[in-house]
Design a protein around this ligand. Sequence first.
Ligand code: SN0
Length: 322
Amino acid sequence: MNKFLTVGDIGDLNAALKEAQEVKKNPFGWQHLGKNKTMLIVFFNSSLRTRLSTQKAAMNLGMNVIVLNVNGDSWKLETEMGVVMDGDKTEHLREAIPVMGSYCDIIGVRSFARFENRDWDYNETILQQFIQYSGKPVISLESATRHPCQAFADLITIEEYKTKKRPKVVLTWAPHPKALPQAVPNSFAEWMKAADVDFVFTAPEGYDLAPDIMEGLTPERDQMKAFKDADFIYAKNWSSYEQYGQILGDCHDPKWASWTVDMAHMDVTNNAKFMHCLPVRRNMIVTDEVIDSPNSIVIPEAANRVVSAQVVIKRMLEAIQK
Ligand code: SN0
């Protein structure tokens, strides 16, 4: 495995889930793989879970870890080819990436969508440069259009908490005051379509995801109908794909505010578990009552971020060893 961006990069999901179980049971069982190996994690944006869980996963595997916050600690980096560098950017990614690659064995990169140009974001312009120029295996730690470590952790969590072979899993849009990336819902939908679940997508008109993600899905506009008999509710806000990077109205307007997940919503489910990738805006995405209820599994979900990252890093280390 030399890159981890989409669900296709992990291969068979049942094998991945089995490996996740083994890693969770015996987190220090593969320390020999990471001996004298270095993990570099590079952040162009803020992070809490990703930073800590990726470090913890690499440390569990016996690796050394270096963290770089590009916007705080390093030179300002230019990302576009062919520009005259007479502004505030000191160094080009074209040099910075191979230099970073020379100091490590695996690289993880966080680089959010910029929302300036849909093609630029959807081409994964930053991540692809890391894949092309670093010479090292690259993990997306939420890049412009995907958050695979999160989706893998979500799948592990659903596997642990499901009470039937094929649970009903609902991805629901929820209101938010800011324009947020589509990376989390893109990955969640992509992984759920590949998993053995009954997957339902619900969002208001104007908030459908990219066409390749929507393929095979029929968006349900009636959120209550979507929630009926659900076993898992996965809430997330995202901005519009169609009117790229826009929010289509004020989050306090009842038209959108009615999408907040509250007890009235949860009451029509099959005693569903509530999930969210975090960070979450309380009483905007979800009410206190729901997120503080025993059905909320957001904390064990976040804890599984170590497990998903560890399976991915372990596989990359195994590939390097060969
Ligand atoms: C990010 C997102 O992709 O939606 C990270 C999720 C893992 N979330 C945010 O940026 C939240 C920002 C906010 O102000 O609530």
